[in-house]
Design a protein around this ligand. Structure first.
Ligand code: ADP
Ligand code: MG
Ligand code: MG
Length: 194
């Protein structure tokens, strides 16, 4: 179950992982994109941290909405609106009364799919979100599930986003948004919300 407090801790840990791996994420984005994913995400997570700083007493919906707005306005690039939509959909679901992690993540993934029009196998963050959601629903999310999902993007041909301009030349590279989503879910494991 997610609460305002463990969600703030979750994003704090995610922000730390992004900051630590900023250069790596931008390096991953260089051969199959425009080399900015780490910088985009770091800018966004810095904004999330600042926006959450005075939200200690906020409810879960407000926390999700605050995260979403910071990501949408500050990340820039394709990933900003997609991560932002994920948190906006969780805000909506929580407002409707749920704190249940599988339900919240299902709403988030549906939002990403609707917003970006990609599906599993297209070599995007969705290739991490989909197996992670299935594992959370089954009650057995582990680091190995996350790592396998991230690795699964390597042999894929990109069908959406900048990497799709490369067609078959995108094969053999990890998708940067899949790697950053991996960090998001590793951080989630660390807060033991499931
Ligand atoms: P940009 O490509 O605009 O520079 P980023 O580099 O920040 O944006 O983010 C790229 C990541 O966004 C990709 O690695 C991929 O995971 C994700 N992405 C791009 N387009 C889509 C889409 N339509 N659906 C889902 N994820 C996408
Ligand atoms: Mg990029
Ligand atoms: Mg860009």
């Amino acid at each position: 179950m997610l609460t305002a407090q463990n969600t703030i801790t979750w994003l704090d840990k995610f922000g730390d992982a992004i900051e630590k791996n900023k250069a790596y994420l931008s390096d991953l984005d260089t051969p199959i994109g425009d080399g900015d994913h780490g910088n985009n995400m770091a800018r966004g997570l810095t904004a999330v941290k600042a926006a959450l700083a005075d939200k200690d007493d906020a409810d879960l919906t407000t926390v999700f909405k605050t995260i979403a707005m910071a990501l949408i306005s500050k990340v820039g690039g394709a990933s900003g609106p997609l991560y932002g939509t994920a948190f906006l959909e969780m805000a909506k679901a929580s407002k409707a009364g749920t704190t249940d992690l599988p339900t919240l993540l299902a709403a988030a993934l549906a939002g990403i799919e609707k917003r970006g029009g990609a599906e599993a196998g297209d070599k995007t963050m969705i290739d991490v979100w989909t197996p992670v959601l299935a594992a959370v629903q089954a009650g057995n999310l582990t680091q190995a599930v996350i790592d396998d999902a991230v690795e699964s993007t390597k042999p894929m041909i990109a069908k959406k986003g900048r990497a799709s301009y490369l067609g078959e030349r995108s094969v053999g590279h990890l998708d940067p948004g899949a790697v950053s989503s991996g960090y998001l879910f590793t951080a989630l494991l660390e807060v033991e919300a499931n």
